[in-house]
Write a protein that binds this ligand. Sequence first.
Ligand code: SF4
Length: 79
Amino acid sequence: MAFVITSPCKGEQAGECVDVCPVDCIEKGEDQFYIDPEVCIDCGACVSVCPVDAIVEEYEMTPEQEPYLEKAEKFFGHM
Ligand code: SF4
C-alpha cells in the first residue's frame, strides 16, 4: 500500500511533502513530485501538508487517478 501524488501537483509542486516524509521517499520529477510506492510506509504525514490536496491513498484513487501510481512506479524504475 502507498500514497500517490496526483494531478493537482502539476503546476503547484510546492514540495512541503518532501520535508515531512519520515522515510525520504518523495522526489521531484519533471512536472510533479512522486512517492516511491515501495518505500512509502503509509504514515499519511504528507497528505495534510499538501496545499492542493494532491496526495491520495492507493486504494482510494478514482479511475482518473490510477495512472499516477503507474507513473510513480516507472519514475522509480519499478516497472
Ligand atoms: Fe512519506 Fe508517509 Fe507520505 Fe508515504 S505517507 S510518502 S511515508 S510522508
